[in-house]
Design a protein around this ligand. Structure first.
Ligand code: PMT
Length: 400
């Protein structure tokens, strides 16, 4: 949402990682941004201009003395209208020029004229990156208010192993989005739970549910981008840990309860998205349960798990805002309102589960929010990332 109709400058300099800028451009365009690419001469030795022109649907600026009929000073026009700029990859040479205000090509000259937030993504050989001059130049840019993205470690193009790899495009994209997000959760601690819990029957089997973690992770990501200090307690899922979030991995309801309770007192907003097993096997075996030919039906005795949300509701103090989720197949409103009362919640997000585009596993969700004061709010079917942002808007609105 942050990038819809935003003007983004994508600066590409001459490093082997220039090919990753193609995917970054694709992600920016998919999010609805208008992207103007500026390439240095060396960048064009790695990837051709045409690829970026086709994907961005804009001419690539590489010549400072390029004039078109609409604008006589193209680089100033691009700098003025930019909402954000990202330089990926950024070489030591360009970083040095930017740190010292040198303007001798289209990219460095344009960046001297921008007033928008700038993200610099250094990528180079480890020794170059750690060189005191490069570090000094990065410090200068950071002190000037630009955001520097630490490079990843791994095998580099020069066949050495170390720090200097350009982070993956999705990661850079995530940070561009964060730069443009409103910071209305700054100073707030947000505690989120996500994913399923798994309750062991024996060392190889367990009882669980279909939660993928997508909804809870979307909320954690959105809260971090909006400036919150976020802790995410998650059951086992196959999602990337959100950037800038304290991620705690758990398996069982008991473990989730321990981790949530340990962080609860410091939290201003608590959002419990996790699908927690209400019951667990009473007597989990330490060895694998063997099939017995003479036993056809097998009963497993279950015992109740703690209701984490109810425990948090009891501990809640003034100023804390507690949100639950409700996965319902029937009587959505009645059950959701009942849970607000029983668990002392300020809000509950109820989703009808059972359809392929909403609830468990889907990328989209359809949610109805119910509040303690009796009011409600419908969030129609949309991407879970968007549901997350609207849900946070409503929490902030209700907290006043
Ligand atoms: O992870 P996804 O695939 O994206 O799917 C998202 C989701 C469908 C899991 C999510 O949107 C959702 O509805 N989560 C709540 C699911 C659930 O367990 O609902 P419930 O009605 O059983 O529980 C109500 C609330 O009590 C929940 O906030 C739950 O975290 C909490 N609870 C439940 C039982 C328990 N022992 N302890 C709890 O804290």
């Amino acid at each position: 949402m942050e990038l819809q109709n935003k003007n983004i400058l994508l600066g590409i300099t001459g490093g082997i990682a220039a090919y990753k800028a193609v995917e970054l451009l694709r992600l920016l365009k998919k999010a609805g941004a208008n992207v103007n690419v500026i390439m240095t001469d060396s960048a064009q030795k790695f990837v051709g201009k045409t690829t970026f022109e086709v994907l961005s649907e804009n001419p690539v600026l590489s010549d400072l003395f390029f004039f078109d009929t609409e604008s006589s000073v193209k680089h100033i026009e691009l700098a003025t209208k930019a909402h954000a700029a990202v330089i990926a990859p950024a070489t030591a040479n360009t970083i040095a020029k930017l740190a010292h205000g040198i303007a001798d090509d289209a990219l460095s000259t344009t960046l001297l004229a921008v007033t928008c937030p700038v993200l610099v993504c250094p990528s180079m050989n480890t020794d170059m990156y750690q060189n005191i001059r490069v570090q000094r130049n990065l410090d200068i840019l950071e002190k000037d208010g630009w955001v520097i993205l630490d490079p990843d470690s791994g095998v580099l193009a020069c066949k050495t192993v170390g720090t200097g790899r350009l982070p993956e495009p999705w990661f850079i994209f995530d940070r561009v989005e964060a730069m443009l997000s409103k910071k209305d959760l700054r100073g707030k601690n947000i505690l989120v739970s996500a994913g399923p819990t798994v309750e062991p029957l024996d060392p190889v089997r367990f009882i669980s549910n279909h939660s993928s973690g997508k909804m809870g992770y979307a909320i954690a990501r959105a809260a971090e981008k909006r400036g919150g200090q976020v802790s995410l307690v998650s059951g086992p899922v196959s999602l990337n840990a959100p950037v800038g979030v304290e991620s705690i991995c758990v398996q069982t309801c008991e473990e989730m309860a321990t981790q949530m309770l340990a962080r609860f007192d410091q939290a201003d907003i608590i959002i419990k998205v996790a699908a927690v097993a209400d019951y667990k096997p009473l007597d989990p075996k330490t060895s694998k349960i063997k099939k017995k030919e003479n036993i056809k039906d097998l009963s497993i005795l279950m015992t109740q798990n703690p209701d984490i949300l109810k425990l948090l509701g009891k501990k809640k103090t003034k100023g804390q805002f507690l949100v639950g989720f409700a996965a319902e197949t029937d009587d959505l409103e009645k059950n959701a309102r009942l849970k607000i009362k029983k668990k002392n919640l300020d809000m509950i997000a109820a989703n009808i589960v059972g359809s392929s585009d909403s609830g468990f596993k889907a990328d989209t969700n359809k949610v109805k929010l119910f509040f303690r004061d009796g009011s409600s709010f419908d969030i129609p079917l949309m991407e879970k990332d968007k549901v997350a942002d609207i849900l946070i808007d409503k929490v902030i609105e209700k907290m006043g």
